[in-house]
Design a protein around this ligand. Structure first.
Ligand code: KIV
Ligand code: ZN
Length: 511
């Protein structure tokens, strides 16, 4: 059996379906570049038919990424497949991933189609996709609840039609490892010509078994795993790329295959995705959680000091953990700043954008003695979004918080170039600030989440604030970073409002 495990990353598509994780084109490009550096084989860059903006983001990524295949999702219909085909045209290596649901419940209640019609639509979509690329993947959505005989029939038909990768999704996160592995084994055994295609697995984490199920599929012949950074994804998320990759690498004796992933890029990628989407990583998360390699108990510490392998099965540095790396300081010049951004894979769109970022860096360096890579990522992640609608900007903020007094905020904003100022009281300085913004902007949005994380350590660290807002069914995350967390909060709130005002209508592939 082939010993290469293909890593198919769907952070930019399935991951982006998480509430509020919608990204701008610029953010998607930054993540795609980092995924390429990480060495993923296939980047699912989006769902082209969702909106013109989504199609444009895929086209841009297809034009930039050279060492990974760039893929677009498409439902099994002509409009979607053509949109995907057009979007991946600039790619050195492009893939169309078309899908249709095959379970009785989805066919009857969602698609309102007969099984024969589903087979016909699948075959037609694959044949049409082949007009754009010979790299076509087919997924049987909700394969976990599909009847085995029907699943075999659909897969046989799409192999004949020319699909090269067959993906078996546990769309609703329902399976358990023993059953999922067995399903993969049976499919490979029963479907004629199954040895001419790559079998793939795509697992959701509703019962916390996405990674275990994916690995069970690998043990039974799957050679592609669909996964996301930090396990991001709808509901409980998808299988986490870092866990799958490190399991296969650490237990090669069990899995007998290897991926192309450059594992030292795992932690930087995790941080970038977390910063851009506003989804923090839980401290006890395997591989990328802050505590994943820290040993609290005296017995463990003693053991690790005497002989590392007593308690460690992986080395922190192999997955990219380095202690906050001091990069730049107050005296660093524009060239040092530019070179570090290039080393981090951050490409500024123009000299003007670089100059603005450099000015922000100097500003930060005045407040904070040491600037780390994480600070630079936050600097460009939060404010370097060239394509975010920036109707609202913070001009100044004064807050007063005193024991025994009601906190008060005075804010000056620019709304499309018009200066607005107002005052408001609140339960705390952040509450007063948000109330003051709303008093002027009257967005009517509901605050779903407010969270603060420190980007590096120390009391002079930048606080990174995430604000999740919802309005008319649309959910967005805004981010703000500053050494002053009230200012970071105001920036995050305005960033979320800008996203809310700038968001375009998008179709969801699975609804
Ligand atoms: O979960 C799922 O079934 C999917 C398909 C579109 C592959 O994301
Ligand atoms: Zn999915």
């Amino acid at each position: 059996m082939n010993d290469q495990l293909i890593i198919f990353d769907t952070t930019l598509r399935d991951g982006e379906q998480s509430p509020g994780a919608a990204m701008t084109k610029d953010e998607k490009i930054r993540i795609a570049r980092q995924l390429e550096r990480l060495g993923v084989d296939v980047i699912e860059a989006g769902f082209a038919a969702a909106s013109p903006g989504d199609a444009e983001a895929i086209r841009s990524i297809a034009g930039i990424v050279k060492n990974s295949t760039v893929c677009s999702l498409a439902r099994a219909n002509e409009k979607d497949v053509r949109a995907a085909g057009e979007a991946i045209k600039p790619a050195v290596s492009g893939r169309i991933h078309t899908f249709i649901a095959t379970s009785p419940i989805h066919m009857e209640k969602k698609l309102r189609m007969q099984p024969d019609q589903v087979v016909e639509a699948a075959v037609k979509a694959v044949k049409l996709a082949l007009e754009y690329t010979d790299n076509v993947e087919f997924s049987a959505e909700d394969a976990v609840r599909s009847e085995m005989d029907f699943l075999c029939r659909v897969f046989e038909a799409v192999i004949k039609a020319g699909a090269k990768t067959l993906n078996v999704p546990d769309t609703v996160g329902y399976s358990i490892p023993a059953l999922w592995g067995e399903r993969m084994r049976q499919l490979i055994e029963r479907v004629p010509n199954s040895d001419q295609v790559i079998w793939s697995t795509h697992c959701h984490n509703d019962l916390g078994m996405a990674v275990a199920n994916s690995l069970a599929a690998v043990m039974n012949g799957a050679r592609q795993v669909e996964c996301t950074i930090n396990g991001l994804g709808e509901r409980a998320g998808n299988a986490s790329l870092e866990e799958v990759v490190m399991a296969v690498k650490t237990r090669r004796d069990v899995f007998n295959c290897d991926s192309r992933i450059d594992t030292v890029q795992i932690v930087p990628t995790s941080r970038l995705v977390s910063q851009i989407t506003g989804y923090p990583v839980q401290p006890n998360k395997a591989i990328v959680g802050a505590n994943a390699f820290s040993h609290e108990s005296g017995i463990h510490q003693d053991g690790v000091l005497k002989h590392r392998e007593t308690y460690e099965i992986m080395r922190a540095e192999d997955v990219g953990w380095s202690h906050n790396k001091l990069t730049l300081g107050k005296l660093s010049g524009r060239n040092a700043f530019r070179s570090r951004l290039v080393e981090l894979g951050i490409v500024m769109e123009s000299e003007e954008a670089l100059n603005l970022a450099f000015a922000r860096f100097k500003d930060l360096a005045d407040k904070k003695r040491e600037i780390f890579d994480e600070d630079l990522h936050a600097l460009v992640a939060v404010e370097g979004n060239v394509d975010t609608c920036d109707r609202l900007k913070l001009i100044s903020l004064k807050v007063c918080s005193e024991t025994g007094e009601t906190p008060h905020a005075h804010i000056v904003l620019s709304d499309g170039g018009n200066e607005l100022s107002t005052d408001e009281f609140g339960g705390g300085p952040v509450d007063a600030t948000f109330r003051a913004i709303e008093k002027k902007v009257e967005s009517g949005a509901t605050l779903l989440l407010y969270s603060v994380n420190n980007i590096t350590t120390g009391t002079d660290a930048q606080g990174e604030v995430t604000v999740r807002l919802s309005r008319n069914g649309r959910i967005v995350n805004g981010q703000g970073a500053d050494t002053d967390i009230v200012i970071a909060s105001a920036k995050a709130y305005l960033n979320a409002l800008n996203k809310l005002f700038g968001a375009e209508e998008r179709a969801h592939p699975q609804v």
